[in-house]
Design a protein around this ligand. Structure first.
Ligand SMILES: *Cc1c(COP(=O)(O)O)cnc(C)c1O
Length: 389
């Protein structure tokens, strides 16, 4: 048993995030006929409100799957066996997406990265210019690399693709950025946007979201990969008429309706500003402790998650285990090639100044408990930032 067995457990990972009490309460509803009028009214409202979150006029598809399912759906609906795609290695999640693409029979070119920076749009542009026969059919981008806390400039990527005069589709994974940082599917010229329910949406895992541009929908016609469960067409119809091709997870829809209401009440711009402040406070704490973060460039700082580099010779996983045992707080693990080297502090979703201050207190006390040398005053530095809000 953890020492702190009573009081709220601190879930300080960048997904799944904390579920607000009112979302949990909204999901405690009796089962419902998903072909009846109550569900249909709820689905219509959800459909409409989701467009505002993705900043799109296109329908938002909802699959009962984790975000990974939407990755797969984007590929099988628009591409064909052997198609070339380009992916920039930002970190663990871009690597996972690459693996799925290879598994589905695509010819994947990966541009290697250092796991400390975002997508270099100039490098992508050079690859596209060199592809004179336009064999590359899609560029796959992770907006917020959750493994490193590094964001990529999607608008710069779009400009690079346009500058190259290339007609590849632009796929963007917003699984850990949507509802935490600004994003605009239509205005940014994205072809396929992918998201999941368990991060900025403050819901349990289980829903994925997809928005496809007219151009992406056009490409579906020539795509020959098997689609099965993930066929887009019936999901686009469902976004219009509320009639899903298989049983929708009604409980999660109740939760989604509530989380969309919460986002509306706060206002998206305020949601982004809150996340930016929480992230700035976290970075202020890390700097005061005397540690580095994984993200190198301030313009690429993530508002959703901060990956903290521990001094050489200290195991981040051992440290996290001590924090969990002593304070009942889950910090996120380093993934892939930075496993054990970093730990991550999630600060997205249902999070306010005092929750974060409490979390950072646990992080700071944890250093002491784990005998990791640090400078005192991290929480104090964070409080100064939080007090400006
Ligand atoms: C969490 C996450 C995923 C994986 O989503 P699942 O819902 O676990 O399938 C993919 N990409 C990014 C950027 C993520 O943060």
């Amino acid at each position: 048993m953890p020492t702190a067995a009573s009081g709220r457990y601190f879930l300080q990972v960048p997904g799944p995030t904390i579920i607000p009490d009112r979302v949990a309460a909204a999901m405690a509803m009796p089962a419902l006929d998903h072909r009846g009028p109550v569900f249909s009214a709820m689905a219509a409202r959800i459909s409409n409100d989701l467009k505002a979150v993705f900043k799109t006029r296109q329908p938002v598809m909802i699959f009962p799957s984790s975000g990974t399912g939407a990755w797969q759906a984007a590929i099988v609906n628009t591409l064909s066996a052997g198609d070339k795609v380009l992916i920039f290695e930002t970190g663990h999640f871009s690597c996972l997406w690459k693996t799925i693409a290879i598994d589905l029979g695509l010819d994947v070119t990966e541009i290697s990265g250092d796991w400390r920076s975002g997508i270099d749009a100039n490098v992508v542009e050079a690859y596209l210019r060199a592809d004179e026969r336009h064999e590359i059919k899609a560029v796959l981008a992770v907006h917020n690399e959750t493994a490193t806390g590094v964001t990529s400039d999607i608008q710069a990527l779009r400009r690079a693709m346009d500058n190259a005069g290339h007609d590849a589709l632009l796929f963007v994974d917003t699984i850990s950025s949507l509802c935490a940082m600004d994003y605009a599917h239509d205005a940014w010229g994205v072809d396929v946007t992918i998201c999941g329910s368990q991060k900025g949406f403050m819901l349990p895992p289980g829903l994925s979201f997809t928005v496809a541009s007219e151009k992406a929908l056009e490409r579906c016609k020539a795509s020959n990969l098997p689609k099965g469960y993930f066929r887009w067409e019936p999901m686009i119809e469902a976004a219009g008429n509320g009639l899903y091709p298989y049983t929708p997870p009604v409980t999660l829809f109740y939760g989604l309706r509530e989380s969309l209401t919460m986002l509306q009440e706060e206002g998206l711009e305020h949601v982004f500003a809150r996340h930016a402040r929480l992230a700035a406070a976290t970075r202020a704490a890390v700097a005061a402790w005397g540690f580095d973060i994984q993200c190198r460039k301030p313009s690429e700082y993530s508002s959703a998650v901060t990956a903290v580099r521990l001094p050489e010779g200290h195991d981040a996983d051992a440290y996290r285990a001590i924090v969990l045992d002593k304070f009942d707080m889950s910090l996120a693990a380093g993934l892939g090639k930075i496993a054990g080297r970093v730990f991550r502090i999630g600060h997205l979703g249902y999070m306010n100044a005092l929750t974060l201050a409490g979390a950072l207190s646990g992080v700071e006390m944890g250093f002491e408990a784990a005998n990791i040398p640090f400078e005192r005053g991290g929480v104090l530095a964070a409080m100064e930032v939080l007090n400006q809000g």
